[in-house]
Design a protein around this ligand. Structure first.
Ligand SMILES: [Zn+2]
Length: 255
Protein backbone atom coordinates (compact mmCIF):
# COMPACT_ATOMS: atom_id res chain seq x y z
CA UNK A 1 0.00 0.00 0.00
CA UNK A 2 1.41 3.35 -1.00
CA UNK A 3 2.26 5.48 2.00
CA UNK A 4 0.41 8.47 0.62
CA UNK A 5 -2.89 6.59 0.90
CA UNK A 6 -2.47 5.92 4.60
CA UNK A 7 -3.44 8.19 7.42
CA UNK A 8 -4.40 7.63 11.00
CA UNK A 9 -7.84 8.65 12.20
CA UNK A 10 -7.89 12.08 13.85
CA UNK A 11 -8.62 12.24 17.56
CA UNK A 12 -11.80 14.23 17.03
CA UNK A 13 -13.23 11.39 14.92
CA UNK A 14 -12.46 8.91 17.63
CA UNK A 15 -14.27 11.02 20.17
CA UNK A 16 -17.49 12.14 18.57
CA UNK A 17 -18.07 11.90 14.85
CA UNK A 18 -18.75 9.43 12.06
CA UNK A 19 -16.46 11.11 9.57
CA UNK A 20 -12.74 11.64 9.33
CA UNK A 21 -10.76 14.87 9.33
CA UNK A 22 -11.21 15.22 5.56
CA UNK A 23 -14.97 14.80 5.82
CA UNK A 24 -15.05 11.16 4.66
CA UNK A 25 -17.95 9.38 6.29
CA UNK A 26 -17.48 6.07 8.06
CA UNK A 27 -19.88 3.58 6.48
CA UNK A 28 -18.64 0.31 7.95
CA UNK A 29 -21.55 -1.06 9.93
CA UNK A 30 -19.46 -2.90 12.51
CA UNK A 31 -17.50 0.23 13.39
CA UNK A 32 -20.67 2.33 13.49
CA UNK A 33 -22.31 -0.14 15.89
CA UNK A 34 -19.63 0.20 18.57
CA UNK A 35 -20.42 2.05 21.78
CA UNK A 36 -18.48 5.23 22.42
CA UNK A 37 -16.03 3.69 24.87
CA UNK A 38 -15.02 1.03 22.37
CA UNK A 39 -14.75 3.55 19.54
CA UNK A 40 -12.13 5.41 21.57
CA UNK A 41 -10.09 2.22 21.85
CA UNK A 42 -10.60 0.82 18.34
CA UNK A 43 -10.56 3.97 16.20
CA UNK A 44 -7.16 4.97 17.54
CA UNK A 45 -5.74 1.79 15.98
CA UNK A 46 -7.28 2.19 12.52
CA UNK A 47 -5.74 3.46 9.30
CA UNK A 48 -7.87 4.70 6.43
CA UNK A 49 -6.68 3.04 3.21
CA UNK A 50 -7.75 3.11 -0.41
CA UNK A 51 -8.63 -0.22 -1.99
CA UNK A 52 -7.64 -0.44 -5.64
CA UNK A 53 -9.26 -2.77 -8.15
CA UNK A 54 -7.79 -6.31 -8.05
CA UNK A 55 -5.51 -5.44 -5.13
CA UNK A 56 -4.42 -8.59 -3.29
CA UNK A 57 -5.15 -8.26 0.43
CA UNK A 58 -4.64 -11.82 1.69
CA UNK A 59 -3.08 -14.86 0.02
CA UNK A 60 -3.65 -18.53 0.81
CA UNK A 61 -1.17 -19.75 3.42
CA UNK A 62 0.35 -16.34 4.09
CA UNK A 63 0.32 -14.79 7.52
CA UNK A 64 -2.40 -12.19 7.98
CA UNK A 65 -0.76 -8.95 8.96
CA UNK A 66 -3.90 -6.80 8.99
CA UNK A 67 -7.67 -6.98 8.99
CA UNK A 68 -9.88 -4.63 6.96
CA UNK A 69 -13.18 -3.05 7.95
CA UNK A 70 -14.51 -2.53 4.43
CA UNK A 71 -15.98 0.96 4.10
CA UNK A 72 -16.85 1.16 0.40
CA UNK A 73 -16.34 -1.00 -2.67
CA UNK A 74 -16.25 -4.77 -2.38
CA UNK A 75 -13.78 -7.49 -1.40
CA UNK A 76 -14.03 -11.11 -2.59
CA UNK A 77 -12.70 -14.19 -0.88
CA UNK A 78 -11.69 -16.94 -3.28
CA UNK A 79 -10.89 -20.60 -3.16
CA UNK A 80 -7.69 -21.27 -5.11
CA UNK A 81 -7.04 -24.67 -6.68
CA UNK A 82 -3.53 -26.06 -7.31
CA UNK A 83 -3.90 -25.48 -11.08
CA UNK A 84 -4.57 -21.80 -10.45
CA UNK A 85 -8.32 -21.88 -10.99
CA UNK A 86 -10.28 -19.72 -8.60
CA UNK A 87 -13.87 -19.52 -7.50
CA UNK A 88 -15.44 -16.92 -5.29
CA UNK A 89 -16.87 -18.13 -2.01
CA UNK A 90 -17.55 -14.87 -0.18
CA UNK A 91 -18.34 -11.20 -0.75
CA UNK A 92 -17.61 -8.45 1.77
CA UNK A 93 -18.89 -4.89 1.64
CA UNK A 94 -19.43 -2.17 4.18
CA UNK A 95 -21.33 -4.59 6.42
CA UNK A 96 -18.23 -6.63 7.06
CA UNK A 97 -14.64 -7.35 7.91
CA UNK A 98 -11.83 -9.21 6.17
CA UNK A 99 -9.50 -11.17 8.43
CA UNK A 100 -11.86 -13.30 10.51
CA UNK A 101 -9.20 -15.93 11.37
CA UNK A 102 -7.53 -13.24 13.50
CA UNK A 103 -10.64 -12.99 15.65
CA UNK A 104 -10.10 -16.48 17.03
CA UNK A 105 -6.32 -16.26 17.25
CA UNK A 106 -5.39 -17.79 13.89
CA UNK A 107 -2.69 -16.01 11.92
CA UNK A 108 -2.82 -17.48 8.41
CA UNK A 109 -5.34 -17.27 5.61
CA UNK A 110 -7.08 -20.27 4.02
CA UNK A 111 -8.46 -18.09 1.23
CA UNK A 112 -7.29 -15.45 -1.21
CA UNK A 113 -8.86 -12.02 -0.79
CA UNK A 114 -8.99 -9.54 -3.66
CA UNK A 115 -10.54 -6.14 -4.07
CA UNK A 116 -13.19 -6.57 -6.77
CA UNK A 117 -14.68 -3.09 -6.67
CA UNK A 118 -12.38 -0.28 -5.64
CA UNK A 119 -13.20 1.68 -2.54
CA UNK A 120 -11.77 2.19 0.92
CA UNK A 121 -11.31 0.44 4.24
CA UNK A 122 -10.15 0.97 7.78
CA UNK A 123 -7.17 -1.27 8.34
CA UNK A 124 -6.12 -2.68 11.71
CA UNK A 125 -2.93 -4.60 12.50
CA UNK A 126 -3.24 -8.18 13.77
CA UNK A 127 -1.77 -7.40 17.20
CA UNK A 128 -3.85 -4.25 17.53
CA UNK A 129 -6.98 -6.25 16.78
CA UNK A 130 -6.08 -8.89 19.37
CA UNK A 131 -5.59 -6.17 21.96
CA UNK A 132 -8.87 -4.50 21.01
CA UNK A 133 -10.83 -7.74 21.24
CA UNK A 134 -9.74 -8.25 24.84
CA UNK A 135 -10.95 -4.77 25.77
CA UNK A 136 -14.01 -4.45 23.54
CA UNK A 137 -16.75 -7.07 24.04
CA UNK A 138 -19.15 -5.51 21.52
CA UNK A 139 -16.47 -5.51 18.82
CA UNK A 140 -15.79 -9.18 19.58
CA UNK A 141 -19.51 -9.97 19.44
CA UNK A 142 -20.00 -8.14 16.12
CA UNK A 143 -17.04 -9.91 14.51
CA UNK A 144 -18.24 -13.31 15.73
CA UNK A 145 -21.68 -12.51 14.35
CA UNK A 146 -20.18 -11.54 11.01
CA UNK A 147 -18.21 -14.79 11.04
CA UNK A 148 -21.53 -16.66 11.24
CA UNK A 149 -22.94 -14.59 8.37
CA UNK A 150 -19.92 -15.47 6.23
CA UNK A 151 -20.17 -19.16 7.13
CA UNK A 152 -23.81 -19.16 6.06
CA UNK A 153 -22.96 -17.25 2.87
CA UNK A 154 -20.09 -19.60 1.96
CA UNK A 155 -22.27 -22.67 2.48
CA UNK A 156 -25.04 -21.25 0.29
CA UNK A 157 -22.63 -20.18 -2.45
CA UNK A 158 -20.97 -23.62 -2.42
CA UNK A 159 -24.36 -25.26 -2.96
CA UNK A 160 -25.26 -22.64 -5.56
CA UNK A 161 -22.09 -23.26 -7.57
CA UNK A 162 -22.91 -26.96 -7.64
CA UNK A 163 -26.59 -26.98 -8.59
CA UNK A 164 -27.63 -23.73 -10.28
CA UNK A 165 -27.24 -22.61 -13.87
CA UNK A 166 -24.76 -19.94 -14.84
CA UNK A 167 -27.45 -17.41 -15.77
CA UNK A 168 -29.11 -17.74 -12.35
CA UNK A 169 -25.75 -17.55 -10.60
CA UNK A 170 -24.71 -14.49 -12.60
CA UNK A 171 -27.92 -12.71 -11.59
CA UNK A 172 -27.40 -13.73 -7.95
CA UNK A 173 -23.82 -12.53 -8.04
CA UNK A 174 -24.61 -9.16 -9.61
CA UNK A 175 -27.31 -8.53 -7.00
CA UNK A 176 -24.97 -9.45 -4.14
CA UNK A 177 -22.25 -7.18 -5.57
CA UNK A 178 -24.67 -4.27 -5.94
CA UNK A 179 -25.96 -4.66 -2.37
CA UNK A 180 -22.47 -4.68 -0.91
CA UNK A 181 -21.03 -1.95 -3.08
CA UNK A 182 -24.18 0.16 -2.64
CA UNK A 183 -24.22 0.93 -6.35
CA UNK A 184 -26.10 -0.38 -9.40
CA UNK A 185 -23.07 0.34 -11.61
CA UNK A 186 -20.41 -2.34 -11.27
CA UNK A 187 -16.95 -2.04 -12.85
CA UNK A 188 -16.57 -5.73 -13.71
CA UNK A 189 -15.09 -7.44 -16.75
CA UNK A 190 -16.42 -10.73 -18.13
CA UNK A 191 -13.04 -12.34 -17.44
CA UNK A 192 -13.57 -11.46 -13.83
CA UNK A 193 -17.13 -12.74 -13.87
CA UNK A 194 -15.88 -16.09 -15.17
CA UNK A 195 -13.29 -16.32 -12.41
CA UNK A 196 -15.82 -15.41 -9.74
CA UNK A 197 -18.39 -17.93 -10.90
CA UNK A 198 -15.84 -20.65 -11.69
CA UNK A 199 -17.19 -20.78 -15.23
CA UNK A 200 -15.71 -20.49 -18.71
CA UNK A 201 -15.69 -16.97 -20.07
CA UNK A 202 -17.82 -18.06 -23.05
CA UNK A 203 -20.61 -19.28 -20.74
CA UNK A 204 -20.60 -16.02 -18.83
CA UNK A 205 -20.69 -14.04 -22.08
CA UNK A 206 -23.78 -15.95 -23.21
CA UNK A 207 -25.50 -15.51 -19.84
CA UNK A 208 -24.67 -11.78 -19.71
CA UNK A 209 -26.00 -11.47 -23.27
CA UNK A 210 -29.33 -13.02 -22.25
CA UNK A 211 -29.68 -10.64 -19.31
CA UNK A 212 -28.76 -7.68 -21.50
CA UNK A 213 -31.18 -8.63 -24.27
CA UNK A 214 -33.95 -8.90 -21.70
CA UNK A 215 -33.15 -5.35 -20.58
CA UNK A 216 -32.19 -6.35 -17.02
CA UNK A 217 -28.57 -5.17 -17.31
CA UNK A 218 -26.50 -3.01 -19.60
CA UNK A 219 -23.07 -4.38 -20.28
CA UNK A 220 -20.28 -2.34 -21.79
CA UNK A 221 -16.63 -3.17 -21.80
CA UNK A 222 -15.61 -3.48 -18.15
CA UNK A 223 -18.81 -1.97 -16.81
CA UNK A 224 -22.15 -3.53 -15.89
CA UNK A 225 -25.20 -1.52 -14.92
CA UNK A 226 -28.25 -3.08 -13.31
CA UNK A 227 -31.27 -1.62 -15.08
CA UNK A 228 -34.06 -3.69 -13.56
CA UNK A 229 -33.31 -5.10 -10.10
CA UNK A 230 -36.75 -6.66 -9.70
CA UNK A 231 -36.43 -8.70 -12.89
CA UNK A 232 -32.87 -9.63 -12.02
CA UNK A 233 -34.14 -11.00 -8.70
CA UNK A 234 -36.72 -13.07 -10.58
CA UNK A 235 -33.95 -14.43 -12.81
CA UNK A 236 -31.63 -15.21 -9.90
CA UNK A 237 -31.75 -18.55 -8.15
CA UNK A 238 -33.23 -18.53 -4.65
CA UNK A 239 -29.75 -18.28 -3.10
CA UNK A 240 -29.81 -14.47 -3.26
CA UNK A 241 -33.01 -14.25 -1.22
CA UNK A 242 -31.96 -17.00 1.21
CA UNK A 243 -28.69 -15.21 2.04
CA UNK A 244 -30.33 -11.80 2.30
CA UNK A 245 -33.26 -12.94 4.45
CA UNK A 246 -31.11 -14.98 6.84
CA UNK A 247 -28.72 -12.03 7.26
CA UNK A 248 -31.64 -9.70 7.98
CA UNK A 249 -33.19 -12.18 10.41
CA UNK A 250 -29.98 -12.47 12.39
CA UNK A 251 -29.58 -8.71 12.34
CA UNK A 252 -33.06 -8.28 13.84
CA UNK A 253 -32.19 -10.81 16.55
CA UNK A 254 -28.90 -9.11 17.39
CA UNK A 255 -28.60 -7.34 20.71
ZN1 LIG B 1 -27.99 -20.41 -6.38
Amino acid sequence: MAKKYVRTIPKRLRQRTHSDGDGNQIHNEILLSLPRGERDIVFSKLEFVRLTSLQLLHEVGDSIKSGYFCDSGMISTLNVFPDGKTIEVGLIGKEGFLGLPLVVGFRSSSLRANVQIQGSAFRIGADALSDSLVRCPILALRLHQFSQVMTMQVAQIAACNRVHEVEERLARWLLMCADRAGDHRLPLTQDLLGQMLGTRRASVTIAAGVLQKAGFIDYRRGDIEILNKEKLEETSCECYTIIRQQTEKWRSEST
